[in-house]
Design a protein around this ligand. Sequence first.
Ligand code: GLN
Length: 259
Amino acid sequence: MTTVGVLALQGSFNEHMAALRRIGVKGVEIRKAEQLQAVDALIIPGGESTTMAKLAHYHNLVRPLLSFPALREFVSTGKPVWGTCAGLIFLANKAIGQKSGGQELIGGLDCIVNRNFFGSQLQSFETELSVPKLAEEEGGPKGFRGVFIRAPAILEVGPDVEILADCPVPLETKKSIMSVDNGQEEEIVSRERVIVAVRQGNLLGTAFHPELTTDLRWHSLFLKMKKDSSDRCLQRVPTSGTDLEDSLGKRPFDLPIYE
Ligand code: GLN
């Protein structure tokens, strides 16, 4: 049976664990490097990337438990890894808008992310995303309720990266970026859209939080990702919106989990 690790240093790991339970997959909270050996895939949840990095360093320095090299090694094994929000920032090869002095990244995903792209916590928002690829592979509607909480955006992707969703840059975001006088920011503000979900080989990245909705299609998609070096399919999970609705007792399946 497939076992999925969920990095459990900080952030929305409980919600990912609950989503895995709902689709009948075993989830394990990961706090020690050695636990990584026992899982087939890893989810790096949203939360606060700077805090998570501090905790990873703390664990590594005080007791050699979990460290960036251990996480990098896991990514390089070719097992599927999914980063949501802060997790996406960690997986990116390059991040801008980092805290002063920079932030350590795990890397692997050939893209540039802009941390806190949409503004502060107050500018957090929900929006209907167009997700044709997700609908094609997982069934269900072509839209997905994207929950963005002090979210990053992806500005550039490399040739091997598949774009799964993008979204328009809200006017509020443009206004607040325009108030910062910086050449690079001007270039960003001229964009009409930014990328918010990508896939590259064994890596999946979403700037939003699917674990905060009851629509399980991103989890389902992730579970079908193959280990890069083999053709093994991780898990069969419901593929159509109807199956998912059935498993949720006919409840509309894209509502936020907290109502
Ligand atoms: N802004 C956070 C960070 O930089 C990410 C927010 C989130 O994961 N919801 O880590």
